[in-house]
Design a protein around this ligand. Structure first.
Ligand code: CMP
Length: 139
């Protein structure tokens, strides 16, 4: 295992439900640290750019509309095996399939409004962290 960095987004549904503190506390309790954090309201262009890999999917328009519907919190999480750990803590993309106790099981309403995002690979983690943070903003 290695110390890794990964991107986490607390999405507009969770932000609207006042869940920022609970979600951030969970990451810290699980041993991940916050190397960088920022509250942002994504523009359409920023959301489309971030999710460009999903552009051809039928849900792309819905996804961009949701991600621009309110503020998000973007974080760079750091720790041992952070990419996989973050995904375990989040649970499956669809909250109906997510394991008990995971963030999506606890807080998400649907596959579209699923509370949190986390990078799915080392390659994407590097791209996604750089999408929101300069290296000088991470500690
Ligand atoms: P996320 O981990 O942010 O990565 C891509 C997002 O697309 C995913 O979470 C979901 O919010 C969304 N998504 C994936 N599949 C669907 C779907 N079938 N319908 C609506 N949204 C989806």
């Amino acid at each position: 295992m290695a110390i890794e960095r990964t991107l986490s987004i607390i999405k507009p549904d969770a932000t609207k439900k006042n869940l920022l503190g609970k979600i951030i506390a969970r990451f810290e309790e699980e041993g991940l640290t916050i190397a960088g954090v920022r509250k942002v309201w994504l523009s359409q262009q920023e959301a489309e750019g971030f999710y460009a890999v999903h552009k051809a999917r039928p849900f792309f328009g819905e996804l961009v509309e949701f991600m621009t519907s309110g503020p998000c919190v973007v974080m760079c999480l750091e720790g041992e095996d952070a990419i996989a750990r973050n995904r375990e803590i989040m649970g499956a993309t669809n909250p109906a399939d997510a394991a008990e106790g995971t963030l999506r099981k606890l807080y998400a309403d649907s596959i579209g409004e699923n509370a949190v995002h986390g990078s799915d690979s080392a390659e994407n983690a590097a791209i996604e962290v750089a999408y929101f943070f300069r290296s000088t903003e991470l500690f």
